[in-house]
Design a protein around this ligand. Structure first.
Ligand SMILES: Nc1ncnc2c1ncn2[C@@H]1O[C@H](COP(=O)(O)OP(=O)(O)O)[C@@H](O)[C@H]1O
Ligand SMILES: C=C(OP(=O)(O)O)C(=O)O
Ligand SMILES: [Ca+2]
Ligand SMILES: [Mn+2]
Length: 667
């Protein structure tokens, strides 16, 4: 700081000498009692430009500059002559690495890059990387692309507000943004490159979410995305980590065109320290997000102008035609679902939290069933809300942030999420008062799927680092709009596996008038959209881990009970929280149980804080015949869904497979 201060004084001093001669005022003309205008400490700048340059001081380096390779021994004092790859060289290396990422494969060259905002010429560090030597074949090769590398949230706010229509600061300091035409994921537009390896390793065909594309088509889309990004004046680059387990951490690079996307990933991935960033090197996986630009519908395999393309061999993902940010986070989740099981680590679409005594619970469930809401619990430490790994040493969060739904969010019911919506948080597609900028969370004018993305440490009781012991409870969440599943049931291991493979939830189609029929959804492993290999691969690993570590499975219905959607209201969040409390404390394990018909679920007769009559839905359905019919209807849907899995084996032991088949509805 002193250094910067001296520099500034020196500069203003010399400017002063070169300026016009000062107008001399006659001191005697002024009364000593009058406080006149120039009595305050004068500003230490001679021009407005200089004044603005004073406003921002250079970031103080957090570590002394370290040496690379030879020459840094115990005998050399830190920061000595030998020590350094200079800051300039480091910038150059970073830009070379980014230029290589953005290289056009047909022209075999990367773009010319400079660091910094193009609008602020004086601030850019003009270290050009990899100037194209031969065959300049487009104007892109003649121009510079500015790289905005790992900007801070404040810088990203400024970029968003200045250049991205629909960006505003809300009354609590969050950055409100619009994701454009797409406000949710587009699973039907996801493509995965099929090659010799993935043909055998991945799950293809009926029931699989993996839709194939060939390598060539991937390269066509990659070139389209890269050309688009290189045609811009500036791109955002995030270099970050995934997975809090240090031995299985993945380095990811996200190249994007919008500050909103850069801030979203800043919040959602693990943020490197400045030291870690210095040594970042080559990323393990790269996303090219050209979401504002459509794919070419004449391209083979394209069925819309949106395409999300994954190439596992190249370790790259290309996004065209959608700006929904969740696509990046869930895209990387798919990659982890491939990489981790190969290392005998189970990837989980679940929330995760930990009690004061270190007891860990997992919350599996499809979108909207309560992973984020229920893992964010003021009485427990949050490990993560959505994506985890379960390995030899316990669980680890894949991400560094949370992505909460905001529709009907209330301070009373979800105080920790409410309070996390502050400076730094990205608020997608919410509606706010044009003057006060107060958000109306009940307003779904843009979409039902309004979202907040915030760093995990915005939750006061986050567990950092986000790792924990082997889980004690495995909670399967289903939002049952048919109203026949009990609010909670205790599961045998076979039942846990049956419901895990089924991955059931039923949601209502939307808020349109007249849509009253709930629609059942089955999504293997509560995440068919993200798993890469056959569901039995993940199911086998889960069964082995639960058995080995003695975890108990539970099925919790966070939807309707005692009547269908439309006839009664959703189970009160306060009751669900009491149920979850009783699971965590161990008291529910000791309760008395009765068995339901059809699904054969063990339901407790009593839970503290929950009216006993709601525990068995038959009590609360006024029309018992309607209850039975609906129960059988749902049972039939389960059976039909499970047919695809009848020929598969879970685990080494065929006994378990037989037990799993028997653990479904019987009627
Ligand atoms: N009984 C309940 N249990 C859990 N969530 C509930 C309940 N009733 C209403 N909700 C609402 O349902 C939504 C659950 O969504 P969320 O936790 O984001 O799901 P996920 O993370 O699994 O996608 C939240 O908006 C929450 O407020
Ligand atoms: C980010 C998502 O996850 P979830 O709805 O489970 O929170 C999503 O499905 O887009
Ligand atoms: Ca999810
Ligand atoms: Mn969630």
């Amino acid at each position: 700081m002193a250094e910067n201060g001296e520099l500034r004084l020196g500069r203003s001093g010399s400017l002063g000498r070169r300026g016009l001669p000062k107008i001399q005022t006659n001191k005697a003309e002024w009364s000593e009692e009058v406080c006149h205008d120039d009595s305050a400490t004068p500003v230490k700048a001679q021009t407005l430009g200089e004044l603005h340059s004073l406003q921002k001081k250079r970031s103080t380096p957090t570590t002394p500059i370290r040496g690379v390779g030879i020459g840094v021994g115990a005998s050399q004092p830190a920061g000595a002559v030998f020590a350094a790859i200079s800051e300039e060289d480091r910038h150059k290396q970073q830009l070379q690495s980014i230029s290589a990422s953005l290289a056009s494969l047909t022209r075999e060259t990367g773009p010319k890059l400079v660091k910094g905002d193009p609008e602020r010429k004086s601030e850019s560090t003009h270290y050009s990387a990899a100037p194209p030597s031969i065959g300049i074949s487009s104007d892109s090769a003649l121009k510079f692309t500015h790289v905005l590398y790992n900007l801070s949230p404040a810088e990203l706010y400024e970029q968003a507000i200045k250049y991205e229509k629909g960006s505003f600061i809300t009354s609590t300091g969050a950055l409100a943004t619009l994701s454009g035409a797409k406000t949710g994921r587009a699973p039907r537009d996801k493509r995965i490159v099929i090659d010799e390896t993935t043909e055998d390793e991945l799950w293809w065909g009926k029931g699989s979410p993996n839709i194939e594309m060939d390598e060539h088509t991937f390269l066509v889309n990659r070139e389209r995305a890269v050309d688009y990004l290189n045609s811009l004046d500036k791109v955002f680059v995030n270099d970050q980590f995934l997975n809090w387990d240090p031995e299985n951490q993945i380095k990811v690079r996200i190249v994007s065109a919008r500050a909103y996307h850069s801030l979203f990933m800043h919040n959602m991935c693990i943020r490197p320290t400045p030291e870690e960033l210095e040594d970042f090197g080559t990323p393990d996986f790269t996303i090219y997000n050209a979401g504002q630009f459509p794919c070419n519908r004449y391209t083979h395999y394209m069925t819309s102008s949106t395409s999300i393309d994954l190439n596992l061999a190249r370790r790259e993902m290309v996004i065209l035609g959608t700006q929904y940010a969740g696509e990046m986070k869930k895209g990387l989740f798919g990659v982890m679902h491939y990489l981790m099981p190969k290392r005998q680590i189970l990837s989980l679409h679940s929330g995760c939290n930990m009690g004061k005594d270190g007891d860990v619970a997992l919350f599996f469930g499809l979108s909207g069933t309560g992973k984020t809401t229920l893992s964010t619990d003021h009485n427990r430490y949050l490990i993560g809300d959505d994506e985890h790994c379960w390995g030899e040493n316990g669980v680890s969060n894949i991400e560094g942030g949370c992505y909460a739904k905001c529709i009907d969010l209330s301070r009373e019911k979800e105080p920790d999420i409410w309070n996390a919506i502050k400076f730094g948080t990205v608020l997608e597609n919410v509606v706010f008062d044009e003057h006060t900028r107060e958000v109306d969370y009940s307003d779904s004018s843009v979409t039902e799927n309004t979202r907040a993305a915030y760093p995990i440490e915005y939750i006061p009781n986050a567990k950092i680092p986000c790792v924990g012991q082997h889980p004690k409870n495995v909670i399967l969440l289903a939002c049952d709009a048919f109203g026949v599943l009990p609010p909670v049931s205790k599961l045998s291991l076979a039942q846990t596996m049956y419901h895990f493979i089924s991955g059931y939830t039923a949601l209502v189609a939307g808020t349109e008038d007249g849509v009253k029929e709930p629609r059942a959804t089955f999504s293997a492993c509560f995440g068919a959209a993200f798993i890469m290999m056959h569901p039995t691969k993940y199911a086998t690993m889960l069964a082995e881990k639960m058995q080995k570590h003695g975890a108990t499975g539970w099925l919790v219905n966070t939807g309707w009970s005692g009547g269908r959607y439309g006839s009664v209201s959703r189970i009160k969040l306060a009751y669900t929280r009491k149920i979850i409390d009783a699971i965590h404390s161990g008291s529910l394990l000791k309760a008395n149980y009765t068995k339901t018909e059809v699904f054969g679920l063990e339901i407790p007769t009593e839970i503290e804080g929950v009216p006993s009559e709601i525990l068995d839905p038959i009590n609360t359905w006024p029309d018992k015949k309607a209850y039975k019919d609906t129960l059988l209807h749902l049972g039939g849907l389960f059976k039909k869904n499970f047919e695809v899995f009848l020929n598969y084996k879970v685990g080494k032991d065929s006994n378990l497979t037989q037990e799993i088949l028997a653990a479904g509805p019987v009627f």
